[in-house]
Design a protein around this ligand. Sequence first.
Ligand code: ADP
Ligand code: MG
Length: 239
Amino acid sequence: MAEIKLTQLRKKFGAVEVIKGVDLEIRKGEFMVFVGPSGCGKSTLLRLISGLEEISDGSLDFDGERVNDLVPSKRGIAMVFQSYALYPHMTVFQNMAFGMKLAKNSKEEMDARVTQAAEMLQIDHLLDRKPKQLSGGQRQRVAIGRAIVRDPRVFLFDEPLSNLDAALRVQTRLEIAKLHHDMDGVTMIYVTHDQVEAMTLADRICVLRDGMVEQVGTPEELYDSPDNVFVAGFIGSPK
Ligand code: ADP
Ligand code: MG
């Protein structure tokens, strides 16, 4: 069974439909990458899945249960944005622990989970710093760490590397791949407009165009047999 199933999913902003009947199944443990031109609806689709945006029509199921009306905090999803959205007045530790605190975890459990996630991301020496004392790459890791400590079953990433320089992009991309590997069975949905990111990270790629799914397949399938010139242009020879 699909862990996440979108059936004729639609989203309108006023009179304008931006997600136009998307059918898609995402399996448990899968690394699914959404690609497509700017404005095609990638971020909106992630926000519909996370519950940050209300669905206009169609249905969204997690493990066979309709979740259209479930609030974000009940969906077991963590989202990592391209802007780090850390609290400036809190330390790294406090930023990472914040989501857990809300969920009323014990202090011992909170310490243990934050420490473990910080070690995993190699930011354990930065736990007492404030965000402004960190580099962009370190901030992005704190944002990822904050997602990890909440122990989500699904991670959503919206162009998480786009504010990083080229070297850090590669390094952080490898770390996200390792995270997917280490967190056995965790599902990741990842938005990018970068072909190399898509080809190297994805189990499957979903190519979006103007609010609709153009083609879904493994990187090899899309590379070897794109359905049309649009898909070929997106997946084709990496620049
Ligand atoms: P992408 O992430 O692929 O660049 P988005 O999902 O951000 O695309 O946007 C898809 C379309 O929906 C765009 O035309 C955008 O202008 C529109 N849109 C996104 N959010 C809103 C909103 N809150 N209100 C009105 N239109 C929006
Ligand atoms: Mg976007």
